[in-house]
Design a binder for this molecule. Structure first.
Ligand code: CAA
Length: 258
């Protein structure tokens, strides 16, 4: 796969998608978001890939939506042209796990894109923020919704209203990221974690992802019912036969292709 604003690598069953607009701190523009959707859909459909890592550079995961590109937009361009909606949310349709590996600035739309990943690993140098108010707009890709659901109202309001950035340690304390690793080891660690996930049955990984995301959209009772359907259906799958047989036979399971 060749893209102008992304770099792509694969490591076994792990795909790494790197946002790559180094001169603009990986500011997210239309072309990059179109390319990102394209790459994500291709990997989601590729049976050789079980897990995806989305990352940026050591300086910036992404410093937000491209301010230069949108500065002269009017209402017709944004509402009429479905700005953000037209190409930013493809990631939410991806069924395989997507890990966000964040270093440097993770700001505005960059933080919002990160929050659309399934979980985040942060480099020690990462800084997360929602500074949109300083450029005269509200966040537009879920910052006012996903941030409070993730780190709570008080911290989210503080970040959104003051533009205060939080560092990796605070991001981990608040649950925005799951782990913090040395900056120079970010990609290596992200690939190692993704490789661990990729060795599990991808069918079950997709079900877990779907069920966890359901938790944010429904009541507890309905969510547990939803989960139970997957659990029961699991007993009709080769992954369950292999996983439980391997345990009883005291051997490592082989989930390849399951
Ligand atoms: N859009 C376009 N270009 C950007 C950018 C952005 N969001 N962020 C950085 N850049 C560009 C700069 O314009 C600069 O380009 P030039 O060299 O051509 O001048 C280059 O990247 C390097 O940036 P700086 O010189 O500013 O680097 P710095 O180290 O001094 O500061 C920074 C880094 C703190 C990230 C600063 O660039 C910054 O504050 N960026 C803007 C952050 C922001 O406001 N993000 C929110 C955007 S709105 C949004 O995202 C809406 C939404 O919710 C969808």
């Amino acid at each position: 796969m060749q893209y102008s604003d992304l770099l792509i690598e694969t490591h076994g069953k792990v795909a790494v998608i790197r946002l790559n607009r180094p001169k603009a701190m990986n500011a997210l523009n239309d072309n990059m978001m179109n390319e990102l959707g394209d790459a994500l859909y291709k990997f989601d459909a590729d049976s050789n890939i079980n897990c995806i890592v989305l990352t940026g550079s050591e300086k910036a995961f992404a410093a937000g939506a491209d301010i230069a590109a949108m500065a002269n937009y009017n209402y017709q361009d944004t509402h009429g042209g479905n700005y953000i909606g037209r190409n930013w949310e493809h990631i939410l349709n991806i069924r395989k796990p997507v890990i966000g590996a964040c270093a440097g600035y993770v700001l505005g739309g960059g933080c919002e894109l990160a929050m659309m990943c399934d979980f985040l690993i942060a480099a020690e140098n990462a800084k997360f923020g929602q500074p949109e108010i300083k450029v005269g707009v509200t966040p537009g890709a879920g910052g006012t919704q996903r941030l409070p659901r993730t780190i709570g109202k008080s911290k989210a309001m503080d970040m959104l209203l003051t533009t205060r950035m939080i560092d990796a340690a605070e991001a981990e304390r608040t649950g925005l990221v799951s782990r913090v690793v040395p900056t120079e080891k970010l990609i290596e660690e992200a690939i190692a974690i993704a490789t661990q996930i990729a060795a599990m049955p991808v069918s079950v990984a997709m079900q877990i992802k779907d069920a966890v995301n359901r938790a944010f959209e429904t009541t507890l009772t309905e969510g547990v019912r939803y989960e139970r359907r997957y659990f029961h259906a699991g007993f009709g799958t080769p992954a369950q036969k292999e996983g439980m047989s391997a345990f009883l036979e005291k051997r490592a399971p082989k989930f390849d292709g399951l």
